[in-house]
Write a protein that binds this ligand. Structure first.
Ligand code: AMP
Length: 309
């Protein structure tokens, strides 16, 4: 089972209340693929970088055995650059600069060897491009899509068409409300599921995540223990852990989707501990499995034999 990841590969400038960095590796496809690589060894990356992309950053992907045949190197310009500054509470951020650079003309071309990918992760890019990727894939078992307010507001028609072809949609609570036009998240989920994705995950930042499937709702806890240093990429990292676990287990049942949500949350909780994707470069299997267990135990209720209520 292989995982195909499409999205931005970027340089980011990040400022949080705890520090500032002018330029660090970033982008949705970066976070998704680095994270999934801990779960599965057949990772395929499709994206574009410019002439300024450092060999040492390419090496970070190679060190995780991520296949880079689909990563275009466009020498006509520079790599996509994004700059953001977080507020004191870290829940909100201002985008200070977005330079599309080579990303502006990005045309995702899927190499022949990627076309039979089982799990397709469509990172946050224009919905029309996400659709173009799907046109080139033979018959994926699972298509997972991330999007944002920018596309919900600016490319609604394309997004609606792409959503019809998606199995799992991962968005945050404000995006779910905007996409459905419905303030109540349970009703919002019903409307969104009717648009195409039978599974919907609504991330609620520091308050955990909700999983809606055809058969029910699961609420994943937030992790109250860690010190958040930089939230950049947490959403993409969640997607990477979610997809990674599903690929590793090959099981898309409801119970296993719940486990995948916990793995996604566990990986996101690592991501925010350091700047950019730094923490995702040196994790161990022992750390991941311990964090998964900590997450599980956060909301596990021991079975009670003599329920007297
Ligand atoms: P997240 O914090 O999960 O929203 O993801 C942050 C990453 O998204 C950063 O590494 C940015 O490089 C990338 N990013 C920001 N804006 C865009 C955009 N318009 N298109 C694609 N990627 C973006």
């Amino acid at each position: 089972m292989s995982i195909l990841v499409v999205g931005s590969v970027a340089y980011d400038g990040i400022e949080t209340p705890f520090g500032k960095i002018d330029r660090i590796l970033g982008g949705s496809a970066t976070y998704i693929s680095l994270t999934s690589s801990y779960f599965h060894d057949s990772l395929q990356l499709v994206g574009v970088v410019g002439k300024d992309f450092a060999d040492s950053d390419l090496q970070r992907f190679k060190d995780k055995n991520i296949d880079l045949e689909g990563l275009q190197i466009d020498n006509s310009g520079k790599t996509f650059f994004w700059q953001g500054k977080y507020h004191f509470d870290l829940n909100n951020r201002d985008t200070l600069d977005t330079q599309l650079n080579v990303f502006e003309k990005f045309d995702p071309v899927i190499p022949e060897s990627y076309k039979d990918a089982s799990i397709v992760c469509l990172g946050n890019i224009a919905p029309a491009l996400q659709g173009k990727v799907l046109d080139q894939i033979s018959k994926p078992d699972l298509v997972i899509l991330d999007t944002m307010n920018f596309w919900i507001e600016g490319a609604r028609e394309d997004l609606n068409k792409t959503l019809e072809r998606v199995n799992v949609l991962i968005i945050n609570d404000s995006e779910a409300r905007e996409l459905s036009g419905e303030p109540n998240l349970v009703k919002a989920a019903e409307k969104i599921q009717a648009m195409g994705p039978s599974t919907l995950i609504i991330k609620k930042g520091e308050h955990g995540a909700l999983l809606f499937t055809e058969t029910g709702i699961f609420s994943a806890p937030a992790f109250p223990i860690i010190d958040i240093f930089d939230p950049t990429g947490a959403g993409d990292t969640f997607l990477g852990g979610f997809a990674g676990w599903l690929a590793r287990s090959g099981d898309f049942s409801d119970d296993n989707l719940r486990r995948a949500v916990i793995y996604g949350s566990a990986m996101a909780s690592f991501c925010v501990e350091k700047f950019g994707p730094e923490r995702l470069l040196d994790l161990s299997a022992t750390e991941i499995s311990a964090r998964y267990q900590e997450f599980r135990s956060l909301s596990a209720i021991p079975v009670q034999q003599d329920n007297v209520f």
